[in-house]
Design a protein around this ligand. Structure first.
Ligand code: GLN
Length: 509
């Protein structure tokens, strides 16, 4: 019988797969014990919808797949989905009153691809309402608690995903990142997460926030597990108009992430004791600003020293528009949100008010009752910047800045470095409620993640230390060029072979 937390017995997806294939444990046993554990960790508030019958049916199917030798790389691996992925069976609410009773007639592509790979879903995970937030505090189901310190936020918006993986309830979880929502909660919960190149993972069935930014990715304990989940999640989807054929830019032909990862690992192995010999790490001056707390700066510095000892060289670079990423993002994302969320009118989708006088009154009351304060703030701001007369001044201007931010990254990769590293967040996790009076404080904490999202680049977070005053996890951000997720994961893997931050668990530092 599998003991929990899962990773104490199975340190990787590979290890659990071997145990399942050798029949030392069955997928049904793993799922049952994870379901029990989810119940005993209800205080984390990480799960919104659990349905034991549905999960156990998937687990039995995985046991059959294993017995018949089917090609199902994730057969029996327990995962969970952020509640912005629509699912058949489980409700899909985006943690909003607007969609409180919504059950989708189809599965998101990400969900169906992971199911085809044999993964067993244990339910839907709490998140910020419509993925808008940085602390998982805007969910109508209440905040998620950080498993390292129950008074702290887990980070947002994929907070339930990060908390569930950190607590060992799941081997991996899906998340979405519009401006940092995979990297940031992964950092604050002491686990790993990757936001892939925009377009490489289908958005079909992902409840939309900012469509030109939204991108799904996995959250797991370490880089190897991320690869296991990202590989089957990604790939062209003809039903998503912004989906891309994954391109091996080295070979200039379609390829797979695993191919690039394997090539990078083979290169590392040839280099012996200095596996990252020659890797140029760009360190942006602007990421070490006055917002950065000393303990995060110190942990990141120590991580960079580890990379140097592995053969990498550090190059100071500049991303001069970093500061402008906040106003640019907080114009573009709300603008897209105001358009995406216009479909929730009480007629086609979502909550409808009980009492109203006419159609207009019904729509406005339904939206007022259905959306929480942060979502309303975004819809108002987004509608404002798209108004005739303000469009040029705000929206168009923000799009120009977005292009300049992408150009800054392009120059860095073309002329100076292979990867970029820095902090994910300015500080360790804040206490639940800290930013309640000041929503802008949350927006400012996104400073190191937004530029990557605006540029559509891949980036990840790996654990690299703990805070001094508050011994909570700190993440290192590793940013790559377009389609470089294979290399990114290989670089992160190399770091995780040399350090053990990713193996530490809450309560046992
Ligand atoms: N904190 C950012 C926001 O609220 C990013 C959220 C996200 O990536 N989904 O928009």
């Amino acid at each position: 019988m599998a003991k929990l937390p899962l990773h104490t017995e199975f340190p990787s997806i590979q290890a659990l797969r071997e145990a399942l294939q050798a029949r030392r444990v069955s997928a049904t046993e793993v799922a049952q014990s994870a379901l029990d554990s989810i119940q005993s960790h209800a205080h984390l508030n990480a799960f919104l919808h659990v349905d034991a019958d549905l999960s156990l049916a998937q687990a039995r199917a995985a046991d059959h797949a294993i017995a018949s030798g089917a090609d199902a790389p994730l057969a029996g691996i327990p995962i969970g989905h952020k509640d912005v992925f629509v699912t058949q069976g489980w409700r899909s609410t985006a943690a909003s009153r607007m969609l409180q009773d919504y059950v989708s007639p189809f599965d998101a592509t990400v969900v169906s691809r992971l199911l085809e790979a044999g993964a067993v879903s244990l339910g839907k995970l709490n998140c910020d309402e419509f993925a808008m937030g940085s602390g998982n505090e805007t969910s109508i189901y209440g905040p998620v608690r950080n498993p390292w310190d129950h008074s702290a936020v887990p980070g947002g918006s994929s907070g339930g995903s990060a908390a569930a993986v950190a607590a060992g309830l799941l081997m991996a979880a899906t998340g979405t990142d519009t401006g940092g929502s995979i990297r940031q909660p992964a950092a604050l919960c002491g686990i790993s997460g990757i936001k892939p190149t925009y377009g490489t993972v289908s958005r079909l069935g992902m409840i939309a926030y900012g469509s030109s930014l939204d991108q799904a990715g996995p959250i797991a304990r370490h880089a190897r597990d991320l690869l296991e989940v990202l590989e089957p999640m990604s790939g062209f989807d003809p039903l998503d108009s912004t989906s891309l054929e994954y391109c091996d830019t080295e070979a200039n032909k379609p390829g797979r992430i695993r191919g690039r990862y394997n090539a990078a690992i083979a290169k590392q192995q040839k280099s012996g004791s200095r596996p990252l010999e020659g890797l140029r790490i760009g360190v942006p001056r602007e990421f070490f600003d006055e917002a950065l707390t000393p303990d995060v700066a110190q942990a990141v510095e120590k991580a960079l020293q580890v990379f140097e000892s592995l053969g990498a060289v550090r190059v100071e670079i500049s991303l001069p528009r970093t500061e402008l990423s906040i106003p640019a993002y907080y114009v573009i994302a709300p603008a897209e949100a105001s358009s995406n969320l216009s479909r929730y009118d009480g007629v086609r989708f979502g909550h409808r008010t009980d009492s109203y006088t006419d159609l207009e009154d019904m729509t406005s009351r339904s939206r007022f009752e259905g959306f929480g304060p942060e979502v309303r703030r975004r819809v108002l701001a987004g509608t404002y910047v798209l108004c005739h007369g303000y469009y040029d001044a705000y929206y168009l201007q923000a799009q120009r800045v977005r292009r300049m931010i992408a150009d800054d990254f392009r120059t860095a990769f073309a002329e100076h470095c292979d990867v970029i590293m820095g902090p994910v967040t300015p500080s360790v996790a804040k206490s639940i409620g800290d930013n309640r009076e000041d929503p802008i404080a949350d927006w400012l904490s996104d400073i190191y993640t937004l530029g990557v999202s605006l540029a559509g680049l891949p980036a990840m977070s790996v654990p690299c230390g703990f805070g001094v005053e508050r011994p909570l996890p700190i993440g290192l951000q590793i940013i790559g060029n377009y389609f470089a997720e294979g290399e990114l994961l290989a670089v992160a893997d190399c770091y995780q072979q040399a350090t053990d931050w990713h193996q530490r668990t809450p309560g046992q530092q």
